[in-house]
Design a binder for this molecule. Structure first.
Ligand SMILES: Nc1ncnc2c1ncn2[C@@H]1O[C@H](COP(=O)(O)OP(=O)(O)OP(=O)(O)O)[C@@H](O)[C@H]1O
Ligand SMILES: [Mg+2]
Length: 363
């Protein structure tokens, strides 16, 4: 029973199906019974199930019509009126092999008998899952494109900033500074330098294939604290930061820019969770076992919601109005890329607690 060319099978869906052996077995058996080979497994992200918009469904590769749904006869009637150029495959799903309805069109490509509706439900779930996966992949691609654009923009900012700092140097050498002028010069210079460092860090983070280098962790955490909290006048006085750094300073082999993003993301989340009240964040570094360093960031916000906690690093979920839920999956990727692992929990007094562990050399 040939399937039209339009019904090219998405092998990714097949592999998705085959992850579930029981389901795959039943689908396979049903298809073999209908002389449809495994290469023609008619499952595609765009399979439509009734009830569906017929016009939209015609663009898909395959229609799977449950013979027992109330509007199946309408689907058949519309199907018969069509003057087909390149029609989608039509599969009829019956609960019994002999139950193909009399009004079904002659061009049925297959009958998929199922003993129960469970199979249909599982198929729909599989297809919906796959569609979600496709959407996520597309969104990730959009993020990647945004990242590339942003990296380009950051790069373009470097030159004017260097020019400004260079010109400031010239001004300082040409105009004898009185006390007032020196103060203003200092402010310009300090802030310009801070911006230049921030740009360099961000750019480092974007260059994912940099050679790993020994990177002392404590100064990096200090920079993240400075960017996330201390540099912002709205939070500076309100959120107390306690550093409990181990006296044996750890060094991690990796990419400073990316590692900075790990601490920055966690600290920004803490800051956002604390909100407008007075808060406290405790950052601890410790050596839990030989060759490993652990950084713990504990805040006194409301803690991570129970819905989000089990999915925190895997699925992108956000409870914030303008959040993407992207931050922690990036954090997770960077930690794992550095041979480490990360976990999150709610602390005994309710706030969120993040623990990231890295293989380390002692300084
Ligand atoms: N310190 C924290 N306290 C409470 N909840 C947290 C904390 N950190 C993370 N979360 C929860 O985890 C979710 C996911 O965090 P993540 O950083 O991945 O995304 P986001 O902060 O929502 O968005 P983005 O980072 O893209 O701005 C948050 O929306 C929040 O619900
Ligand atoms: Mg975040």
């Amino acid at each position: 029973m040939p399937i039209p060319a339009k019904t090219a099978v998405r092998r990714s869906v097949v592999s998705l199906l085959t992850q579930d052996r029981e389901l795959a077995g039943r689908v396979q058996a049903a298809l073999v019974a209908q002389n449809l080979s495994a290469d023609h497994v008619p499952f595609d992200a765009r399979i439509h199930f009734p009830p569906f918009d017929f016009a939209d469904a015609l663009d898909s590769d395959c229609l799977l019509v449950d013979a027992h749904v109330p509007n199946a006869d309408r689907v058949y009637a519309t199907w018969k009126q069509r003057d087909w150029d390149d029609r989608p495959a039509l599969l009829v799903l019956t609960h019994e092999a002999e139950a193909v309805p009399a009004d079904a069109p002659a061009e049925i490509d297959g009958v998929v008998p199922t003993a129960s509706t469970t199979l249909l439900r599982r198929l729909v779930e599989t297809i919906i899952d796959n569609r979600r996966l496709n959407e996520e992949v597309a969104e990730l691609a959009r993020f990647a494109a945004l990242g590339r654009t942003l990296a380009g923009v950051l790069h373009e900012l470097k030159n004017p900033l260097n020019n400004i700092l260079g010109a400031l140097d010239r001004v300082k050498s040409l105009i004898p500074a009185d006390e007032k002028l020196s103060r203003w010069n200092d402010i310009l210079e300090r802030n310009g330098t801070l911006l230049r460092e921030a740009l360099a860090d961000l750019l480092d983070g974007f260059r994912f294939n940099l050679e790993p280098k020994p990177t002392p962790l404590h100064p990096l955490i200090d920079r993240a604290i400075a960017y996330a909290i201390a540099a912002d006048v709205n939070h500076r006085g309100r959120i107390g930061i306690e550093r409990r750094f181990h006296e044996k300073a750890p060094t991690v082999v990796g990419n400073a820019g990316q590692l900075l993003h790990v601490f920055l993301n966690i600290l920004v989340n803490s800051r956002q969770a604390i909100g407008e009240v007075n808060g406290a964040i405790v950052v601890t570094s410790r050596w839990p076992e030989e060759g490993w360093v652990e950084v713990e960031i504990l805040d006194n916000g409301p803690g991570i919601s129970e819905d989000v906690l089990p999915h925190l690093f895997k699925d992108r979920r956000s409870t914030k109005r303008s959040g993407s839920g992207f931050g922690l999956s990036l954090v997770h990727d960077v930690v794992v890329k550095h041979g480490g692992r990360i976990e999150a929990s709610n602390g005994p007094r309710g706030g969120a607690c993040f623990r990231a562990r890295f293989p380390a050399q002692s300084a």
